[in-house]
Design a protein around this ligand. Sequence first.
Ligand code: G4P
Length: 190
Amino acid sequence: MDILKQMILNKGRVVNEDILKVDSFLNHQVDYHLMKEIGSEFFNYFKKYNITKVFTIESSGIAPAIMTASEFKVPMVILKKQKPNTLDTNFYQTPVKSFTKQSMYNLTLSKDYISENDRILIIDDFLANGEAAKGAIKLIENAGACVAGIGIVIEKSFQPGREILDKAGYVVYSLARINSLKNNKIEFID
Ligand code: G4P
């Protein structure tokens, strides 16, 4: 997606050879025009998959996910990293390890917002090691629903997440695929 790649080149900053900072348009300040374009790109790619809900993981996946849900005209569901106090016993939960942040959290989903008939599109901002995506998949499949596709804004293809999801047979569409961040240079896969 050219507009995204240009934004990454113009405004992204290589922190080190593993981490790209995109705070100015995706993770902290959010560019609404870019998010709208992202929503429409995911819609065009996944429109034949009969999506009934868009799921994301808080917090940085929410902006691209709501724009995608708006295109599909379906609800967007936020997988929580902590169980909200308002949630009683009616929930699914699975532990996720973040390698990037060296932390663990319990991905949590109320049983009220998923059913066996759902065909779910997972949207997230980054795909790195694939742990968040694997956690989301596990929750969805435990609930008997189907993961119809996975849409990623920025994939770091040099980390293992993409290969894990491909091997497991999921349909993954990433809008920008980064081959390398070495030598302070952002290199895309075409
Ligand atoms: P994984 O899900 O693919 O295994 O990735 P990992 O656990 O390693 O990533 C954990 C967090 O770090 C995620 O944010 C992810 O978006 C973020 N992250 C991973 N690589 C990068 C990167 O190169 N740049 C930036 N800016 N973030 C990266 P999170 O903990 O879910 O936080 P939030 O921002 O969504 O609240």
